[in-house]
Design a protein around this ligand. Structure first.
Ligand SMILES: O=c1[nH]c(=O)n([C@H]2C[C@H](O)[C@@H](COP(=O)(O)O)O2)cc1CO
Length: 173
């Protein structure tokens, strides 16, 4: 990915086509960027697992090279990031979010996803000692929007379980 090392090591905004299709399903992954990168190793693990189910539109969220400055600090770039991400949200079949590290951007994405009536799966680690926002926990309707408490060691199994049920219920392949 040669977009990775432009502008002095910062990731520049990739406004082109989403990554190459691996299967029909498009997955939008949400994780904190400017909200703090403490969980980036976990995001990377999630992205890798999600890539076994389909195309991850937001692969950069799991990148070690991306700091809490985001893809670019300039305001003009922020519009490009926002517009690209909202377009990717619209194209996605399912949204998976790691919501343990609080992030305004992730909260915003989830709100937009609900409005688009997308299928949303939120992952939260109670071992963090944090208490998840009521606006996320309270959005769980057991169907379109699901919040799952988990611990790091069960991550892959929790995702397998979710995607197995998703296939049965929606016939997305
Ligand atoms: O540079 C960026 N690129 C980008 O795709 N995002 C999107 C994807 C993440 O799921 C979410 C993170 O929001 P925040 O930066 O407020 O933590 O917003 C956010 C930023 C920086 O705000």
């Amino acid at each position: 990915d040669d977009s990775a090392n432009q502008s002095g090591g910062r990731k520049s905004v990739n406004s082109g086509e989403p990554p190459r299709l691996r299967s029909g399903m498009k997955v939008y992954f949400c994780g904190s960027i400017r909200g703090g990168r403490d969980d980036v190793a976990l995001y990377r693990r999630i992205v890798q697992k999600l890539q076994s189910y389909g195309t991850v539109l937001t692969e950069h969220v799991g990148s070690n090279e991306l700091t809490d400055r985001g893809e670019d600090a300039a305001a003009a770039e922020d519009r490009a990031i926002h517009d690209r991400d909202v377009a990717w949200l619209r194209q996605s079949d399912v949204i998976v979010a790691e919501v343990t590290q609080p992030s305004l951007g992730v909260g915003y994405e989830l709100g937009r996803a609900v409005d688009m009536k997308k299928k949303v799966f939120c992952l939260f680690r109670p071992s963090s000692g944090r208490r998840l926002s009521a606006m996320v926990r309270g959005a769980d309707d057991g169907e379109l929007f699901v919040v799952r408490d988990y611990s790091e060691d069960e991550l892959e199994n929790v995702l397998d379980e979710f995607f197995k049920n998703l296939k049965i219920n929606t016939q997305i392949d």
